[in-house]
Design a protein around this ligand. Structure first.
Ligand code: GLA
Length: 500
């Protein structure tokens, strides 16, 4: 303890010449109203007069940003995440002989943090963001995802409540309830599975996942595949351990566990790297996966920034998110599906797909018409079909939507050509997708509040002559038509047909 205090005095004496070095672990003990002792732990790293590091918490560490040391004054912002919403808290402290004396609640309360070690926090963020040049070559394609990946992901429904047990139950349910047979084979664990690293830096799962390898074996035993989630930053979006500076090591660990799919989410990498570094940052993990000796589908998640379609495949990506997070509402789904995908179709093809985010079908926030629109649009968009509901417990009308084999066949069409909007008349939209063998899939959508007649004209569809028509939701053949095809479409609903 003495040398620590001495260190602080020394730092103070020289503070007008150079900023105090506050690197280390600082612990403040407080007493809760019920008498329980609580600890607040700061892991700090000084770089000149800048300060970086973490506020350690059991939920995953919060981030220290804009840290400044000026004389005996310290200030920084703690950036936390509260269910996906960023929370910023301002901290100011004085460097005193006893430690860092924080003024809380506008100065009403004081918190004294004492230094218990001078070790720098692991994975501490750099004081200035890193700029990496775009890689000159491309990661060798892994040959996976010839059609858009299909499966399930834990985030939309379970968020932090995902566990080994949930994943086992979900996989077992999917193997039995028709989901697997319909093509949904990836069972993907999203954020919050991560624990700490061991002394050698190997990532370990937290207590919710006692044995990841055993879980993979179990899922494989059902004829399905297991996916996992990480971030190129030191922390994931929910504040858990990321792969920053452990990329090769984590890729090898995932391969050793038997992982088949990785979603790699930018998150805190924004505090380490300039946005322009994205191609290099994602290629680093792409290469690490290619070298890990196991085929692993690589899913980029950086919300479509920096025109990801231009470089996602070169970074080794099989799919890349093109949007911010979907929510289980008509407004969110419609904005992502109808409005944000146009023009991206040129980037999609076998092995590499645009990803407008995971399905919300069955989560309760939309009507059946809206969920049918969701499923139809995603299939015309050649999007990955990642169910995001509780598949252990599906009402028949949800099963009928997720397992509509005729619509899935459009999504999984072997030609892999993403469709697009071909006509728009106010709230009424016609979308089409060319299919292998010369057929086309056509979606007649009604985004309006009233039932309406939607018409697809041959000129807009780029076809001629008379066509056979199959209604993919009614599962019924319609009469041959030429010139145009019209249908009466429910509010927020769709009529989806195949024509040849
Ligand atoms: C981001 C992603 C989501 C989900 C969460 C998990 O918000 O876009 O899909 O993975 O992180 O924290």
């Amino acid at each position: 303890m003495k040398y620590i205090l001495f260190g602080i005095f020394g730092a103070m004496l020289s503070s007008w010449v150079q900023a105090a070095d506050l690197t280390g672990r600082w612990v403040a003990e407080t007493q809760a109203p019920n008498g329980d002792k609580r600890q607040t732990v700061f892991e700090l790293k000084s770089e000149g007069d800048r300060l970086a590091g973490y506020l350690v918490s059991t939920q995953g560490d919060d981030w220290i940003a804009d840290g400044k040391i000026s004389g005996d004054s310290v200030s920084f912002t703690v950036i936390g995440d509260f269910y996906g919403v960023e929370r910023r808290t301002q901290y100011t402290a004085k460097i005193t002989a006893d430690g860092l004396l924080f003024k809380m609640g506008g100065g009403a309360r004081e918190l004294l943090a004492k230094r218990v070690s001078t070790e720098a926090p692991k994975n501490a963020p750099p004081a200035a963001k890193l700029v990496l040049p775009a890689p000159s070559g491309a990661v060798r394609p892994n040959g996976l995802a010839k059609t858009p990946p299909m499966g399930w992901n834990s985030w939309n429904k379970f968020q932090r409540r995902v566990s080994d047990q949930v994943v086992r139950e979900v996989a077992a349910a999917m193997a039995k309830n028709g989901m697997k047979d319909a093509g949904y084979v990836y069972v993907n664990i999203d954020d919050t599975w991560q624990g700490t690293r061991d002394a050698k830096g190997n990532i370990r799962a937290n207590e919710k996942f006692p044995d990841m390898k055993a879980l993979a074996d179990y899922v494989h035993g059902l004829g399905m595949k297991l996916g996992i989630y990480s971030s190129p930053g030191p922390r994931t979006c929910a504040g858990f351990e990321g792969s920053y500076q452990h990329e090769e090591q984590d890729a090898k660990t995932f391969a050793a566990w038997g992982i088949d799919y990785l979603k790699y989410d930018w998150c805190s990498a924004s505090r380490i790297f300039e946005v322009s570094s994205m191609p290099a940052v994602f290629a680093k993990m792409g290469q690490a996966l290619a070298d890990a000796g196991r085929p692993i589908v690589y899913s980029l998640c950086q919300y479509g920034m920096l025109n990801v379609g231009e470089w996602g495949a070169k970074a080794g990506g099989n799919v890349w998110r093109t949007t911010h997070d979907i929510r289980d509402t008509w407004a969110s789904m419609a904005a992502l599906g109808f409005d944000e995908q146009m023009g991206l179709e040129k980037y999609a093809g076998p092995g590499h797909w645009n990803d407008p985010d995971m399905l919300e079908v069955g989560n309760g926030g939309m009507s059946m018409d809206e969920y049918r629109t969701h499923m139809s649009l995603w299939s015309i968009l050649a999007a990955p079909l990642m169910a995001g509901n509780d598949v252990r417990n599906m009402p028949p009308e949800i099963t009928a939507i997720l397992q509509n084999k005729e619509v899935i066949a459009v999504d999984q069409d072997a030609w892999g050509k993403q469709g697009a909007r071909v006509a728009k008349n106010g709230d009424l939209e016609v979308w089409s997708r060319q299919l292998a063998g010369g057929a086309i899939a056509v979606g007649l959508f009604n985004r309006g509040a009233e039932r309406a007649k939607v018409t697809a004209r041959w000129a807009d569809l780029g076809i001629t002559g008379s066509k056979s028509v199959r209604d993919l939701w009614a599962h019924a053949d319609r009469e041959k038509v030429s010139g145009e095809y019209s249908a009466d479409v429910a509010s927020h609903g769709v009529v989806m047909v195949k024509m040849w």
